[in-house]
Ligand binder design. Structure first.
Ligand SMILES: Cc1ncc(COP(=O)(O)O)c(C=O)c1O
Length: 288
């Protein structure tokens, strides 16, 4: 089994660049016990990190939502991300900045804990594998639901929110699917475990309103690009029974980019022209 600790390279860790193997922390870390941890996933294309400012700003915002004190700003995050990318000599890579609370107090009270910040980068060509453009990925229904905004900090990209995502992702694999599609606390279609979802019918593209799950930076970019390309994009409430009316389905995310969906539970979809066209437009945008 590969162990991510054993890689060669450099990591930005608590204010300085360290050797990959030296980016360690103690197990009595507040972030580990109570999920006082927020993170970002960005992608670099040809040496430049796409939407870096937006990702850095969201990271800081996520920390604020979790009441994590941050005495640096989004520019500092961006600078660290770019420096790690350059130091590791990578051009096309995934970039993972994380803010978490340290080991100064192991009570639930967290304001005594030191705010930690680290960034790692690695090569990561495709999230879902190379054959997705033939059949698309398959989604099963998740059992867990996205919680209400007054139940969890749903606007933050917070580690704790991924607990149910991991369980559902694993379960989807056990059932022979690629990923799981989650409903929200009201029963509306929400998102996948690490990507937002879109439904195409003719010239109309519908996507769930992001009021209790991550409003993905890719989601926002794709909405803009699709509108510019002449599609009628609507952010609406979507019920599970609406899914049979879609002609194409795709998911979006920094890791997933634009990925076609070939099946949701028992409903099958073709990898269609709108998904292919938007993928082409998106691929140009990220490299421009
Ligand atoms: C749960 C979840 N939803 C949506 C997204 C898509 O967000 P973005 O496009 O900002 O990467 C992600 C990606 O990290 C995610 O983890």
């Amino acid at each position: 089994m590969t162990d991510l600790c054993d890689k060669e390279g450099f990591i930005w860790f608590d204010g300085k660049m360290v050797d990959w193997k030296d980016a360690q922390l103690h197990f009595l870390t507040h972030g580990l016990h109570y999920a006082s941890s927020v993170f970002e996933g960005c992608r670099a294309y040809n040496g430049k990190i796409f939407k870096l400012k937006e990702h850095s700003e969201r990271l800081i915002k996520s920390a604020e939502i979790l009441d994590i004190k941050v005495d640096f700003d989004a520019d500092y995050v961006s600078k660290a991300c770019q420096e790690v990318l350059d130091k590791n000599n990578l051009k096309d890579a995934y970039v993972r900045p994380v803010i978490w609370l340290g080991s100064q107090n192991l009570g639930v009270y967290s304001r005594d804990c030191k705010t930690m910040f680290a960034v790692a980068v690695w090569e990561w060509p495709s999230y879902f594998g190379a054959d997705i453009w033939e059949k698309g990925i398959s989604l099963c229904w998740a059992k867990y639901k996205r919680p209400a905004p007054d139940t969890a900090p749903t606007a933050a990209k917070a580690a704790g929110l991924y607990m149910i995502g991991s369980v559902e992702k694993n379960r989807s694999h056990d059932l022979g699917f690629t990923d799981a599609l989650m409903l929200d606390y009201r029963g509306y279609v929400a998102e996948c475990t690490g990507a937002n979802i879109f439904f195409v019918k003719g010239n109309e593209i519908r996507t769930p309103i992001a009021d209790c799950f991550l409003n993905g930076i890719t989601r926002q970019t794709v909405i803009e690009l699709a509108k510019q390309a002449g599609y009628d994009v609507k952010e609406v409430r979507i019920m599970p029974e609406d899914l049979k009316h879609a002609e194409e389905v795709f998911v979006t995310g920094t890791a997933a980019e634009i990925t076609p969906v070939g099946k949701i539970d028992t409903i099958e979809y073709k990898v269609g022209p709108a998904t292919k066209k938007l993928h082409e437009i998106y691929s140009k945008a990220v490299r421009s």
